[in-house]
Ligand binder design. Structure first.
Ligand code: PHE
Length: 474
């Protein structure tokens, strides 16, 4: 680095004398002849060395040194004077940073030449010291910043960003390591040590902070997911099947356990399957009981699941043992009758089937539906497709047969119609009546549900009133 110097003197002969020496030493020299000029020069640049007389016009040497001490702490100041008391000298050396004080009358020139070399040496040292001090300060500042950021970071994600910013490949610490080449060789171990210390300090803090954040997050989660076992339980409404579906399923289970298969027919039937094939031709008086909804002269909504008997017997050779549940439709509407209701047909065709088989099976069935004590009673009846035909009553499961409101004091409740399959029907389906016979029955499912669950109006089963329906969960 080019050496420079500011020489302040009010004596032209001294200026001449020293200018020569300084030129020889290739020191870039500025000359000021009074304090005012000197201050002007000092406002423009920093000098490595300042040599000044004590007594100057404008600002005196003491003021100038004071200014330089404050503004340019690296600059080496030297003072010369013609006469100075020991007290004054002590004052300057104490209050100001003055490297040397010369007394002009005493070998000034020689002393100055020597001091000049030392002054430049000191300047280099001071500057280096200052630079590394500044560097260290800057690093400390960075370090503080990093720690403050870690302390202040509130989320794990943010913490990772900070880690990247400080310790990462492009991080600040890595940058310091990369800048090592610019550090004086003798200082490198120190800086290296510092970088390592800082790194491990930051890592420790990061880790602690990370642990704390994780613990906080977990705590928050526990708080949020806390279960108060004393809180009233949230009630989840449990749905249940419709009473008609429940009874239908119960019946299917019972019949399935007896070896019946399930055949599901169609709700739209032809006049033939619903009536004619069931020995109820056009103009048969029995049709009056089952008036229905006609879609055309040929198609109608079935009035009875008995239509399924014909389909099964046409499709299949005996032995036949089926049940056929489904909706049926009639022009009927009162407290115990609905235009749409549900039946379950039963048909057994095999060798040697009699009314006894029907009675035995029905006894078994009602015990399973209404309870072990229940028995059946057959009363003569009429259906065109069975011969003989019966109405089946069950012993009143409420009063045990003594007579109550449910059985209207009779001790018996009518539950279904049944009979031995009329030979005409079997023959119509191509079944040899010399070999085979059968029985059939038709159960009204709503009727069973009403009896079983104490429902007094069939409409309740079709009004979808949850207050009624949810009471029945069998
Ligand atoms: N289908 C008849 C009705 O709906 C019931 C029944 C079925 C009677 C089978 C006898 C045999 O009334």
């Amino acid at each position: 680095m080019k050496r420079n110097l500011l020489f302040i003197s009010r004596y032209p002969e001294i200026i001449d004398e020293f200018q020569g020496i300084l030129e020889e030493k290739q020191i870039e020299t500025e000359i000021a002849q009074n304090g005012t000029d000197a201050m002007e020069l000092l406002k423009q640049k920093e000098y490595q060395i300042l040599v000044t007389d004590l007594n100057l016009d404008g600002y005196n040497g003491d003021k100038i040194i004071s200014y330089v001490n404050q503004v340019f702490p690296n600059t080496i100041c030297m003072l010369y004077t013609n006469s100075i008391s020991a007290v004054q000298l002590g004052f300057y050396l104490n209050k100001r940073d003055v490297f040397r004080v010369f007394l002009r009358p005493v070998n000034f020139r020689q002393e100055f030449m020597q001091a000049l070399e030392e002054a430049y040496e000191l300047y280099d040292l001071k500057k280096h010291d200052r630079d590394s001090r500044q560097e260290r300060l800057k690093q400390l500042e960075d370090n503080r910043k990093a720690i403050a950021e870690i302390e202040g970071s509130d989320g794990l994600e943010r913490l990772n960003e900070v880690r990247q910013a400080v310790l990462g490949k492009k991080g600040e610490l890595t940058a310091v390591l990369k800048g090592m080449k610019d550090v004086a060789p003798e200082d490198r171990p120190k800086v290296g040590q510092w970088v390592n210390d800082t790194r491990s300090a930051i890592e420790t803090i990061l880790e602690e902070k990370m642990k704390k954040l994780e613990a906080d997050a977990l705590k928050k989660r526990y708080e949020a997911e806390k279960i108060d076992v004393t809180m009233p339980a949230v009630k989840h409404e449990k749905g249940n099947l419709h009473p008609v579906t429940q009874v239908r399923n119960q019946l299917i289970d019972i019949f399935a356990s007896m070896g019946f298969e399930v055949y599901e027919g169609t709700e739209i039937e032809t006049d033939y399957y619903n009536f004619t094939a069931l020995n109820t031709p056009q103009d048969h008086p029995a049709r009056d009981m089952q008036d229905t909804f006609y879609l055309s002269p040929e198609f109608l909504l079935r009035t009875q699941t008995s239509a399924g008997q014909i389909h099964v017997m046409e499709a299949k050779k005996p032995p036949i043992k089926i049940i056929s549940p489904g909706k049926v439709f009639r022009s009927d509407d009162d407290a115990t009758h609905s235009p749409m209701f549900t039946q379950m047909e039963g048909l057994v065709v095999d060798k040697g089937i009699t009314l006894c088989d029907l009675k035995g099976m029905l006894d078994e069935l009602v015990k399973k539906i209404f309870g072990k004590e229940t028995t059946t009673r057959l009363r003569p009846s009429y259906f065109p497709f069975t011969e003989p035909s019966v109405e089946v009553d069950v012993s009143c499961f409420q009063c045990g047969g003594c007579g109550c409101k449910l059985c209207k004091g009779t001790g018996w409740i009518e539950v279904l119609g049944a009979g031995v399959v009329n030979n005409k029907v079997l023959e119509g389906c191509g079944i040899d009546t010399n070999e085979y016979s059968g029985f059939a029955f038709g159960i009204g499912i709503e009727r069973i549900a009403m009896l079983k669950y104490g429902i007094n109006n069939i409409k309740l089963l079709f009004e979808s009133d949850m207050r009624v329906l949810k009471q029945i969960d069998d």
